[in-house]
Design a protein around this ligand. Structure first.
Ligand SMILES: Cc1cc2nc3c(=O)[nH]c(=O)nc-3n(C[C@H](O)[C@H](O)[C@H](O)COP(=O)(O)O)c2cc1C
Length: 169
């Protein structure tokens, strides 16, 4: 699948099979994540792999839109590391780019994934920090649930004229 096809057909997938996602796929996804651009190349990201059933289930108790974690075998928590931030205020933009790269790579590799919002919701950040025992300098940013899926992923035409401007508004 070429890059355009992966981008245009990426959809949020919330149903996964029980098949375990091999480590070599997870490594490819992390490699996609760290290939994202970042402000001044600060690369302020850290990644936490969650594949313990108790932790995945625990997250569904405080996160109102994360029921798919009861089925998922694995999720990747993308975090910002404030100790690595050299351009203040940009870590969340960099982590967004890394998260999106992971989502597109998931699609390109034939799996499905969904971005579960953590940052900037304080209660989700605090709950995750408690469960995972994350140090103060690390901010959980986005959780990517993923897995093998039977769900169809298709192109949605979102290119509306009203969003496109040229030279003057
Ligand atoms: C910042 C952000 C937070 C999101 N949080 C959730 C979430 O908590 N649970 C969920 O099921 N989907 C979540 N999504 C996925 C969106 O619902 C989804 O991207 C949107 O409906 C468009 O659908 P598509 O991804 O299939 O194009 C989130 C997406 C983004 C970018």
């Amino acid at each position: 699948m070429d890059a355009m096809q992966a981008i245009l057909t990426r959809r949020s997938i919330r149903k996964y099979s029980k098949k375990v996602v091999p480590d070599k796929i997870i490594l490819k996804l992390l490699n996609a994540g760290v290939s994202a651009p970042s402000a001044g190349n600060e690369q302020p990201w850290q990644f936490l792999i969650i594949d313990k059933r108790e932790i995945l289930d625990e997250i569904t108790k405080f996160h109102p839109h994360a029921k798919m974690l009861n089925e998922a075998q694995i999720a990747i928590l993308v975090c910002g590391d404030l100790n690595l931030e050299t351009h203040k205020g940009y870590w969340m933009l960099d982590c967004s780019a890394a998260t999106q790269n992971i989502l597109i790579a998931v699609r390109a590799l034939g799996l499905g994934a969904c971005w579960l919002g953590i940052y900037p919701r304080k209660e989700r950040i605090t709950a995750l920090k408690n469960i995972i025992k994350i140090p103060d300098n690390i901010i959980p940013f986005a959780l990517v649930s993923l897995g093998f899926t039977e769900e169809e992923q298709t192109t949605v035409d979102r290119l509306d004229d009203f969003r496109i401007h040229q030279n003057h508004w």
